[in-house]
Design a binder for this molecule. Structure first.
Ligand code: 2PG
Ligand code: MG
Length: 423
């Protein structure tokens, strides 16, 4: 089957900001549309999304955040190169690289390239009469990923009500995804109820649907989530554990880690000690971005003292970038990677990063962004790629639940197996 049309257009993400959609029409008349997500706590080394701010295209009603240039690039530069071609994901991605050989996709915009690459993925799967998950998966049962789910939000997603960005939970004792999700919803609603009882605000829903509360310390915030887990009758550590996304680049000034709500500043070596003690005192099994994106030496120091079972997860550090992953492998700076397609800019090269990570025994967590859309392709990618884990935010907001619901659908309709990388 061939591509007959490619259309780019502007849509809204879950924060009400413009983002890019691409639709690929095939010669049988079918239309395959994908929308790209967008981050708020973006890493410096991510592929560059093109926004109109400061250009003649900037739309003041969208505070200059419109994406018309990326849309124009799809319609005027990318579309003519793809129309009449066979629908083939590798071919589409190599054409996108030819058109924009820059490492960060800054010529066309990573939001333009990823929208087209994703639409091509959807269309290619359709042309083989498969779901996107089946398009990538091996024969046999689908590997449904373990969820990592946001309960408390702070940082850039919740007005800095906590210095760290997220306290999340991982249902390591669940036997199925369906069971895992029911446990998570129970903990989230219990946490909201306890917050309300204590007189703290609970109606401030953060960008990813998590609860935003203020705490005197990170320890107190962890304790709060532990109480919520216990109150729903789950065993902490056995059935449900904690994960943190520290997003430390957000409060590192180049010399010190400044935890303003705790009124504390730590030099990097002190912060390594602080994070180590936090890990030994709390049921934390995964820690993301505990140090800033270019503070490699703190990551290395921490890896030398961290318990071997701890997942040390690079997001801003690695930005789904092969060179940065290679550096982390060689320098033993992390043991797990967050996989965000829009940090990379293309579906095939995102998959290459995941494969390289897995070949080096890194855990992989496929992740949504804080600005999401109602699309559910992320759940298909995480499953089809047998990533092992997925992070989508909370269980409020249909842009989040579209992904969880897709995983429920896999479990209900397909031969599948629930993955547990923490066993
Ligand atoms: C992260 C993501 C998702 P953002 O830091 O992991 O939680 O946030 O999309 O804002 O970068
Ligand atoms: Mg992160």
């Amino acid at each position: 089957m061939k591509i007959s049309k490619v259309n780019g257009y502007q849509v809204l993400d879950s924060r009400g900001r413009p983002t890019v959609a691409a639709a690929i029409t095939l010669t049988d008349g079918s239309v395959h549309t994908a929308k790209v997500p967008s981050g708020a706590s973006t890493g410096k080394h991510e592929a560059k999304e093109l926004r109109d701010i400061g250009t003649k295209y900037a739309d003041k009603f969208y505070s200059g955040l419109s994406v018309q240039q990326a849309v124009i690039n799809i319609n005027q530069k990318i579309a003519p190169q793809l129309v009449e071609e066979q629908i083939d994901l590798n071919l589409v991605d190599s054409k996108l690289i030819e058109l924009d050989p820059s490492i960060d996709h800054s010529l066309l915009g990573a939001n333009a390239t990823l929208a087209v690459s994703l639409a091509a993925t959807l269309a290619a799967a359709y042309s083989q009469n498969k779901s996107v998950a089946r398009f990538f998966a091996q024969e046999g049962p689908l590997n449904i990923p373990m969820p990592m789910v946001n309960i408390l939000s702070g940082g850039a997603h919740a007005n800095r009500s906590m210095d760290i960005q997220d306290i999340l939970i991982i249902p390591t004792g669940a036997k199925s995804f369906t069971q895992a999700l029911s446990w998570i919803v129970a903990v989230r609603e219990m946490a909201a109820a306890i917050g309300k009882e204590s007189g703290q605000v609970t109606n401030l829903i953060a960008d990813e649907g998590g609860i935003s509360l203020s705490f005197a310390s990170i320890e107190k915030a962890c304790d709060f989530v532990v109480v919520a887990i216990e109150k729903v009758g789950l065993k902490v550590g056995e059935q449900m554990s904690l994960a943190l996304d520290v997003a430390a680049s957000q409060f590192y000034d180049g010399e010190k880690y400044n935890l303003s709500t705790m009124n504390k500043s730590y030099a990097p070596n002190e912060f390594v000690k602080y994070i180590s003690s936090l890990i030994s005192n709390q049921p934390i099994i995964s820690i993301e971005d505990p140090f800033a994106e270019d503070d490699w030496s703190s990551w290395q120091q921490f890896m030398q003292v961290a318990p071997a079972r701890l997942q040390v997860l690079g997001d801003d550090l690695l930005t789904t970038n092969l060179q940065r992953l290679e550096k982390a492998i060689a320098s033993k700076s992390a043991n797990a990677i967050l996989i965000k397609p829009n940090q990379n800019g293309l579906v095939t090269s995102t998959l290459n990063v995941l494969k390289q990570a897995r070949a080096n025994n890194f855990n992989c967590v496929v992740s949504a962004r804080s600005g999401e859309t109602e699309d559910s392709w992320l759940a298909d990618l995480a499953t089809g790629w047998s990533a092992g884990q997925i992070k989508v935010g909370s269980t409020h907001g249909s842009e989040r639940n579209a992904k969880w619901n897709r995983l429920l659908e896999f479990e209900a309709t397909e031969e599948s197996r629930f993955t547990n990388p923490f066993n």
